[in-house]
Design a protein around this ligand. Structure first.
Ligand SMILES: Nc1ncnc2c1ncn2[C@@H]1O[C@H](COP(=O)(O)OP(=O)(O)OP(=O)(O)O)[C@@H](O)[C@H]1O
Ligand SMILES: [Mg+2]
Length: 240
């Protein structure tokens, strides 16, 4: 099956410093692909290159067979690629209702009944947000902010959803709730790219894992292969 999202021999970096060296990834439609690796490996940089917030120096990125590298982040988002950025992309000074409204407005051609249906759906996924509609987003707890950030991404009706360490700094029970919502989307057939430091969640949800190290792909395989490989686990991830 052809990949829905394809990163083909991509090189990029910041200023003059090359950070990604000849990175290739293929994300099959309807799959969950985990991007793993230690701090500084280039995971976030890879997501930035895909989402168009960082220009690609060499190589090509395509979505549904069409080249997206070289397009603006806005055009790429309109084509259905949504990124939940590292550190939560919300507007802290606005309340929950306003944040959700902006997410829904930014969604591709979403209006009227479909718009309200999508809003109802994210509030079903995260009932805690419904109780806090008038609270300023910046005063939500870390877990609630992450729920809001995910809600905004879901509202965009993405074709491919990329998430950068949504579990960062959160209590295990909140992380479980977040991943329950990810599981729901996975079951609906959404294509997901997941960056995670914690192996447990990545291995539970992923169909395919890419391990990055020093800006290159060091390993690609199914979770079972990764779990079976102690050397890879300890050297690249340093966790059990
Ligand atoms: N804006 C930037 N300017 C210069 N260098 C950067 C910038 N962002 C990241 N880097 C560097 O690029 C390399 C890859 O960083 P990146 O954020 O992609 O790593 P990561 O795999 O996401 O790590 P982490 O798990 O800590 O989030 C690091 O050496 C980092 O210092
Ligand atoms: Mg990162």
């Amino acid at each position: 099956m052809p990949a829905q999202l394809e990163i083909d021999h991509v090189t990029t970096g910041y200023g003059k410093v090359e950070v990604l060296h000849d990175v290739s990834l293929a994300v099959p439609p309807g799959s969950v692909v985990a991007l793993l690796g230690p701090n500084g490996a280039g995971k976030t940089t890879t997501l930035r290159a895909i989402s168009g917030t960082l220009p690609v120096w060499q190589g090509r990125i395509s979505l549904d067979g069409r080249t997206i590298s070289g397009r603006s982040a806005y055009e790429i988002a309109l084509r259905g690629l949504t990124l939940v950025p590292e550190g939560r992309g919300i507007f802290p000074g606005l309340d929950v209702r306003e944040n959700i409204a902006i997410g829904a407005n930014a969604a591709r051609g979403l209006r009227g009944a479909e718009r309200s249906r999508n809003i109802d759906r994210v509030l079903e996924l995260f009932p805690r947000l419904r109780e806090r509609m008038d609270q300023r987003a910046g005063t939500l707890s870390g877990g609630e902010q992450q729920m809001l950030s995910l809600s905004r991404a879901f509202l965009a009706s993405p074709r491919v959803l990329m998430m950068d360490e949504i579990s960062m700094g959160l209590a295990p029970t909140i992380v479980e709730q977040l991943f329950d919502s990810v599981a729901t989307l996975k079951a609906e057939g959404l294509t997901i790219v997941l960056v995670e430091q914690y192996l447990t969640y990545a291995l539970r949800f992923a169909d395919l894992c890419y391990v990055m190290a020093k800006g290159s792909v060091a390993f690609v395989g199914e979770p079972a292969e990764l779990q079976g490989s102690d050397a890879l686990t300890s050297s690249y991830l340093g966790v059990g």
